[in-house]
Design a protein. Sequence first.
Length: 260
Amino acid sequence: MILLIGGTAETGELGSGIVALGFQALALTATDTELDTGQAAGVERRVGRLDRDGLARLIQERGISAVVDASHPYAAQVRANARAAAVESHIPYLTYLRPFQEHDYDQLYRVDSHEAAAELAFTFGVPALLATGSRNITPYARMARRTGQKVIARVLDNPESLEACRMGGLSEEEVITGRGPFTVEQNLLTIGEHSIGVLVTKDSGAAGGVAEKIEAARTAGIPVVMVDRPNHGPGEAFDDIGELLAALKSILDGANGERS
């Protein structure tokens, strides 16, 4: 069985691909977000976060033969725990990272942290739209209070996301919900309805709807503050699902050949 750590848009495709190779997949996700695995009957689902020790126990209990990590590009701790648990269990670890995109926009400002993004976003003196998810809300809420600027966070409509916003310091009136990726038109509608003057996003790739956010900002004539991806440390990362699946098959076929 292959442990597939996911929750991103690509998790379903990876699960289906693992099954197509002739393996069973256990998809571990933090939330119960729907996964499109087509008609793949060999994808089992488990919901809930596990730390490194929890992952190591799961690997042992379920007889996991490899870990495929498709967690969010910004889930640095999740990826570190998964890699460590795989190494500790002496099984292969393969990671998928969404491809980077180039964005040609003269009002795109890249920063290396949410703290830096909050500092920059609120220097424009205009309402800010946080299209960064429900994590790391605190620095933005703090800067909004300090500067007296309006802030709107767009997050998933689930209790966990709404609670994260509340704990981060945002009121109900400062939170809107929806499930992306959003079209250019949908982003423009949000920008117009809330008089947004700066958009904050992460570099989460095509599946995260980043190009549509930037195009909406370009159309509206507003700046974009983008938080760069964290460094995920050593090890090869695949940005093509087909290549990852081929590597997985080669590794496991080789391991099976050694045991026969």
